[in-house]
Design a binder for this molecule. Structure first.
Ligand SMILES: Nc1ncnc2c1ncn2[C@@H]1O[C@H](COP(=O)(O)OP(=O)(O)OP(=O)(O)O)[C@@H](O)[C@H]1O
Ligand SMILES: [Mg+2]
Length: 247
């Protein structure tokens, strides 16, 4: 049975989607069968990293949730072999409809299991909308690992404590941290140790703020395999595999 990994953060813009896509691509590059589902129905964005224009996305997760197609119909291949992607719709009407009417969370969970089973995935990555919402908590509760992404600022520190309290301590889900967007004046190893101690959680990796990475389109580590950040994603993927397999 494949593993479900949710990548989440308390606040938006921590780098969840980029980190998810790069780790997923790394594992697919190693021959694993990997799926990624964009469950951020309020502000979808992962399709940009897969270089799929909005007009080429249909059918999307939204169509599946409305009962208009099967989840399998929504799956896209990508430029990376063995990496499959389910997009959420960025169409205005779809975003507004989700905001007004919501959706049946259990159908989303069923879709995740179908993706995992029918595509014989080793890993299914769930990219999320930030914050604590009922649908995200349900997705987290079915995950083998929750990776919480945070930046080194007070609001993320406090938010991460809340997330851990609810997900690890109350739901009993295994959790790990990824530190991101670390400014150059902060010493990365010291920060990593601090977080490990403070949260009694393992840190899968810690990424500096990298100017050329900011706002990039596509899968950065695939486009720039020789840059140090690509090696960092490879290390995070390795740590994540160990954590999800409880090794
Ligand atoms: N280590 C980094 N260095 C520089 N820029 C980064 C880094 N990590 C992420 N970014 C940039 O930060 C922005 C936000 O990243 P991303 O969209 O992945 O975050 P997110 O957590 O998924 O956001 P949202 O909560 O809106 O879904 C993007 O422009 C991305 O390129
Ligand atoms: Mg995102």
């Amino acid at each position: 049975m494949g593993k479900i990994v949710t990548i989440h953060s308390y606040r938006g813009g921590t780098g969840k989607s980029n980190i998810t896509v790069n780790i997923a691509a790394n594992l697919a590059g190693q021959g694993k069968r990997v799926g990624l589902i964009d469950t951020d129905l309020s502000s979808p964005g992962a399709h940009i990293l897969f270089n799929i224009p909005p007009e080429a996305l249909a059918p999307t997760l939204n169509d599946y949730l409305r009962g208009e197609c099967s989840l399998i119909d929504t799956i896209k291949t990508s430029s990376v072999d063995n990496l499959y992607f389910v997009p959420a719709s960025p169409r205005e009407i779809d975003v507004i409809t989700i905001a007004k009417e919501g959706f049946v969370v259990e159908k989303l969970v069923d879709g995740c299991y179908q993706f995992l089973d029918d595509f014989n995935l080793d890993y299914l990555f769930i990219d999320t909308h930030p914050g604590l919402h009922e649908e995200t908590l349900l997705l987290i509760s079915i995950s083998d690992l929750l990776a919480i992404v945070l930046r080194p600022d007070e609001q993320d520190f406090q938010g991460t404590a809340i997330m851990l309290d609810i997900t690890r301590d109350r739901l009993g889900v295994d959790c790990a941290l990824v530190l991101n967007l670390i400014p150059s004046y902060i010493e990365i190893n010291a920060l990593t140790e601090d977080c490990q101690k403070t949260y009694t959680a393992s840190v899968l990796g810690a990424l500096p703020h990298i100017e050329e990475f900011f706002g990039s389109k596509g899968i950065f580590s695939v486009q720039h395999p020789d840059l140090e950040i690509s090696q960092m994603f490879q290390n995070i993927a390795k740590q994540l595999v160990l954590a999800v397999n409880n090794e």
